[in-house]
Write a protein that binds this ligand. Structure first.
Ligand code: HEC
Ligand code: HEC
Ligand code: HEC
Ligand code: HEC
Ligand code: HEC
Ligand code: HEC
Ligand code: HEC
Ligand code: HEC
Ligand code: HEC
Ligand code: HEC
Length: 302
């Protein structure tokens, strides 16, 4: 009785679509010629062209699920996986069915986007992509600005990375699919910032002269990370600095207070020999030129 009941239940379970026989992609042409005729250009056409996948992973049905009931019902929408009415979590599952391997590394299920219900189809368009690569719904910049409008303003500031000019893009620094906990900033606030090799901050891909390791490290660079002193997108101050005048940035930490730093006495004050009434002392990096680390001098003077 037990096993029999189980069999009956399984047979009735609506969540077992694989039980429905597959029908193949050719019949879809009749009623969806617009989608069908363009599909040969889609990277997903590979599943048909190579014919190396099982039927449930081939062509239209690999994403939309078995189509027989839909066709026999003359286009019954309820009988097919229609992404237009699917909840975000189900969309994610459908795509990760194949993409878990490549995107899993980004911890996609725990990313801020996934947690906020932003999933694949918010950024990608399978049938009406606007880009040649990656099937994006619009150009990358416009996809991101569509939801992150304030960031556009930051990239329009006087000093900025040239994203709006098309020189680089959001994904040079971010992975929209998620990221591992960073190895900088005590691993807090990941912000989906992409990691370069060896878990280092993405900035070092391009600014490799700041990579070190240096004989004398400036702790702030190594531990807190670049954005402690710089605004990564853009801002009103030269060198993308967080403060308009250099010394106000330095004195945020170099107060002599606290118990941080090598000697446990707090970050050193600038020495009494520094004449803060003299304007040249306001640009600390006039003398402390190797502010990101030095191989010659523990005070970063050369
Ligand atoms: C890689 C997954 C995938 C494959 C393969 C796929 N689709 Fe889609 N389809 C989607 C998604 C996602 C949508 C929702 C709209 C969008 O994001 O583009 C969609 C939307 C549709 C729509 C709604 C109308 C429209 O233009 O948006 C139709 C009809 C459709 N697909 C038919 C097909 C047919 C026919 C095939 C095979 C030739 C196919 N799909 C293959 C994922 C897929
Ligand atoms: C007999 C004509 C017919 C055939 C064959 C057919 N469809 Fe459809 N399909 C329709 C109609 C009509 C609708 C619109 C239903 C509605 O809006 O209620 C539709 C809707 C859809 C949708 C939902 C789009 C949305 O709104 O999100 C998908 C996905 C889809 N079809 C995929 C397929 C696939 C895949 C095949 C091939 C296996 C296929 N269809 C074959 C007629 C057909
Ligand atoms: C049946 C397996 C399968 C499913 C399901 C699937 N994909 Fe894919 N996807 C592939 C394959 C295979 C490729 C091609 C990889 C290659 O070119 O080597 C691909 C490529 C892509 C690409 C990269 C295109 C490029 O230009 O490099 C994107 C983006 C993508 N898929 C998004 C999606 C989204 C979004 C969904 C869910 C709606 C989805 N995929 C569902 C198998 C799948
Ligand atoms: C917040 C927007 C966003 C979301 C959500 C998103 N993507 Fe992407 N995806 C992108 C962008 C932007 C790129 C292009 C990356 C680049 O230019 O290097 C991309 C690239 C890809 C690629 C090709 C390159 C790679 O990294 O492997 C695949 C495959 C892909 N996405 C699949 C998916 C799937 C599947 C989902 C859902 C599970 C998804 N994406 C969710 C924005 C997004
Ligand atoms: C559909 C809307 C949408 C799109 C498109 C989108 N995002 Fe998001 N993004 C969100 C939401 C919602 C959150 C989570 C809430 C928040 O922290 O702002 C988020 C969070 C983020 C975060 C983390 C913010 C933080 O405070 O930690 C980054 C970084 C980010 N998105 C970058 C991107 C990039 C890069 C793109 C383009 C590839 C993109 N987003 C596209 C809606 C979107
Ligand atoms: C030069 C590298 C870089 C580029 C390019 C970049 N970001 Fe960022 N972004 C960062 C870093 C680093 C942070 C973390 C800042 C912090 O936590 O102090 C960040 C934070 C964010 C945040 C969360 C905090 C905030 O400022 O709202 C969002 C959202 C975001 N970026 C979106 C984008 C979008 C959208 C683009 C492309 C238009 C983009 N970023 C391009 C490096 C970059
Ligand atoms: C894709 C390469 C790339 C990445 C990644 C990148 N940058 Fe840049 N950065 C540049 C280029 C190129 C310039 C200067 C040219 C310009 O105006 O675009 C620049 C300029 C700067 C400047 C101003 C330099 C000056 O002389 O005024 C600072 C500061 C800076 N970047 C910090 C960062 C930080 C911090 C990060 C990580 C959050 C980062 N960059 C990530 C390429 C990159
Ligand atoms: C302790 C604060 C601080 C931290 C942390 C920091 N910087 Fe800087 N950075 C500065 C200051 C101050 C300047 C301006 C130097 C000057 O006045 O010429 C600067 C200048 C720059 C410049 C332009 C001039 C040059 O030397 O090339 C780049 C690029 C740069 N920083 C990148 C980075 C990167 C990448 C990181 C992270 C690895 C980082 N910075 C971390 C304070 C910092
Ligand atoms: C985010 C905090 C922070 C900021 C901002 C910062 N520093 Fe530091 N700095 C440190 C720490 C921590 C040390 C190491 C102290 C120790 O090891 O005892 C250090 C060490 C130094 C040293 C070596 C002297 C010593 O005590 O080891 C000099 C010189 C220095 N910083 C100058 C600067 C200058 C100039 C600026 C502004 C451009 C600056 N710092 C900005 C945190 C910071
Ligand atoms: C005119 C060149 C010059 C300028 C400008 C300058 N420094 Fe120095 N700094 C030195 C020299 C030389 C030393 C080592 C001798 C000493 O202690 O006076 C030093 C030492 C230091 C030390 C280590 C003190 C100790 O007790 O070991 C710190 C911290 C420091 N400076 C921070 C700063 C800060 C912050 C600024 C900007 C407000 C600044 N410096 C501006 C030349 C300069």
């Amino acid at each position: 009785m037990g096993p029999l009941l189980l069999l009956i239940l399984l047979g009735l379970a609506p969540a077992a679509p694989a039980a429905q026989p597959l029908i193949g992609s050719d019949v879809c042409r009749k009623c969806h010629p617009d989608v069908w005729l363009k599909f040969y250009k889609n990277p997903h056409y590979k599943t048909i062209a190579l014919a190396n996948q099982p039927p449930e992973r081939t062509g239209c049905e690999s994403c939309h699920g078995p189509g027989r009931a839909h066709v026999e019902g003359s286009g019954n929408k309820a009988a097919i996986r229609a992404f237009s009415v699917l909840e975000p979590a189900r969309i994610l599952d459908a795509c990760l069915d194949c993409h878990a391997g490549d995107l899993g590394k980004a911890h996609i299920r725990r990313s801020q986007h996934t947690e906020a219900g932003v999933v694949c189809t918010n950024c990608h368009s399978i049938h009406k992509p606007a880009t040649d690569k990656f099937l994006l719904a619009r150009t990358q910049r416009e996809v991101c600005y569509g939801c992150h409008a304030p960031v556009r303003t930051e990239f329009s500031m006087p000093f900025k990375h040239r994203v709006n000019e098309g020189f680089m893009q959001c994904t040079d620094c971010h992975n929209p699919h998620g990221s591992a906990a960073p190895s900088w900033r005590m691993a807090v606030r990941p912000r989906m910032v992409e990691q370069a090799l060896a878990g280092e901050e993405a900035c070092l891909k391009c600014h490799s002269d700041k990579r070190g390791p240096f004989v004398f490290e400036h702790t702030a660079v190594r531990i807190e990370g670049c954005e402690t002193c710089h605004r990564p997108h853009g801002g009103p101050n030269p060198r993308l600095l967080r403060r308009p005048v250099v010394f106000t940035l330095c004195l945020e930490c170099h107060t002599g207070a606290g118990n941080f730093g090598r000697r446990g006495t707090g970050e050193r004050m600038q020495s009494p020999a520094h004449n803060m009434a003299d304007p040249r002392y306001h640009t600390c990096t006039l003398c402390h030129v190797r502010i990101h680390g030095s191989n010659a001098d523990p005070l970063f003077l050369r």
